[in-house]
Design a protein. Sequence first.
Length: 94
Amino acid sequence: MSGSHQSAPGAQPLGGKVVLITGGSRGLGAAMARRFAAAGSRVAIGYRSGSAAAAKGIDDITAAGAGGIPGAGDGANPGGAAAMVGQGVGRLGQ
């Protein structure tokens, strides 16, 4: 397979994109949030509980030079999911 699909060193292939990571305050979700931020995305970290962990994740993301916000909501129900999306769109755009 050709390596032509890979980005140049230092490129931000997801620059300008907004990503919502539900469950982004811990574990795999937190790791994904950091990776999306490193690729240039602005990241909304969705959480049901654990606002301190979400705030820490946002601190890590902003310290690395990316934008992010925490977004409270329960992704298991439509109203909670809509609330997280609304918070992300309202504060990060798109």
